[in-house]
Write a protein that binds this ligand. Structure first.
Ligand code: SF4
Length: 393
């Protein structure tokens, strides 16, 4: 099936992180049109390229070099094509190859498999990018081309549903005991996430899914606003539950003690997390309403600050130089940033050629959630450091 034609169930696997938590969201979202952003279209193109490379590597007899080259030529004509897609999809291919080779015996490789998890969610189905099965292990691998939000494989509900569907499809053919799930997000520097659980744990989670899915399918249960689940919800601007929640977080502070404690600060930072994003979503929606000629009391759409752009930059520069403006004044030569050079050269080659000239300096301290994988830091001197300093006096 072409990636563009991938159908979506009401309770989609990609939306499971939302409807599992906020069960009425699926029905509410269904009343909003599904719009495909440029980023989504770009992701579709990258998926098609990734699929072609996988087919070529694992099923060369059916999908040989000529077919791969023809597919790549076709993709290159796409308006959203970027040459870097070749490199990123190679990273995905390399990962799948290395995982397949790590199996004690050659696994079955299943690419772009529509899996049916209807036993857990009504009419549930989805398409898994790649499945490897062998030696009691079922490994579901998902390719993500986005670079905005890092997605973790740990307890990931989308992959969990694919794994349930894949298990249903292959349980008669393979003895499966371990479920492995990976997300490959090659545009992020730390873009590979891998997690595993036992089949027993997956099936126990499947029972929880059944209960939540039954509510979600009927549009029942409680709305549960939160930064993660609301972020890509199609109802996010107009949803009353999210609106009430954020207004409450922002304004209903209650009785104010003179100073808040660290515990309160932590709780309030969590509670206020979605407020700014919600305000932005609401502004975007209100602007679109005003532009459509509808009334949003107290607000109106106006023309923003105008900007200037060349109509013909080459001609303008030519004329300026004819009028004695030196070329050196018009052009500046500056080196690309480290990240840009790495992008142009390629991660591996860059590390090999110029890696020794790169030094890492610690980043500015940042406040993140406790769940973040990075190690916590502090300015406090440890006893060992203090002792070392004393002994050097
Ligand atoms: S915006 Fe948030 S609270 Fe409202 S339906 Fe969507 S996920 Fe639920």
């Amino acid at each position: 099936m072409g990636h563009k034609e991938r159908k979506h169930a009401l309770l989609s696997a990609s939306g499971a992180h939302r409807w599992l938590v906020c069960t009425p969201s699926a029905r509410l979202e269904a009343s909003f049109p599904e719009e495909e952003s440029d980023a989504a279209k770009e992701g579709t193109l990258a998926h098609e390229l990734a699929e072609a490379k996988l087919r070529n590597y694992f099923f060369t007899a059916d999908f040989g070099k000529r077919k791969l080259s023809a597919a790549i030529s076709r993709f290159r004509k796409h308006e959203l094509w970027q040459e870097e897609m070749m490199r990123y999809t190679d990273e995905y291919l390399d990962y799948v190859k290395s995982e397949a080779m790590a199996f004690p015996s050659e696994p079955s490789v299943i690419i772009e498999k529509q899996v049916d998890f209807g036993a857990y969610t009504p009419d549930g189905f989805g398409t898994a990018d790649c499945i490897l099965v062998s030696g009691g292990v079922l490994h579901v691998i998902d390719f993500k081309y986005g670079k905005g939000v890092a997605v973790s494989a740990e307890g990931n509900p989308q992959l969990g549903l694919y794994a349930l569907g894949a298990y249903e499809a292959y349980k008669m053919l393979y003895p499966i005991e371990t479920i492995r799930m990976s997300i490959v997000q090659p545009r992020l520097s730390d873009g590979i996430s891998k997690w595993e659980c036992s089949l027993k744990e997956l099936l126990a989670w499947g029972e929880y899914v059944k209960e939540r899915a039954a509510l979600a399918f009927k549009g029942e249960g409680d709305f549960y606003p939160g930064e993660k689940q609301c972020r890509f919800c199609r109802a996010k601007a107009q949803c009353r539950a999210r609106s009430d929640h954020n207004v409450k977080q922002a304004f209903e502070i209650g009785q104010l003690p003179p100073l808040i404690t660290a515990k309160e600060a932590g709780e309030r930072l969590l509670a206020l997390e979605d407020v700014a994003k919600y305000q932005k979503d609401l502004q975007e929606w209100a602007l679109s309403e005003c532009l459509a000629g509808k009334e949003v009391p107290g607000w109106k759409a106006v023309e923003g600050r105008s900007s200037r752009a060349w109509t013909d930059m080459d001609k303008a520069f030519e004329v300026l130089q004819e009028h004695q403006v030196p070329r050196a004044v018009l052009f500046e030569e500056k080196p690309l940033t480290l990240a840009q050079v790495e992008k142009v050269v390629g991660k591996k080659e860059f590390a090999e050629i110029a890696g020794e000239y790169v030094a890492w300096s610690p980043g500015r301290p940042a406040l993140v959630k406790e769940s973040d994988k990075r190690q916590a830091i502090t300015n406090k001197i440890t006893a060992a450091e203090a002792f070392k300093e004393d002994s050097q006096l």
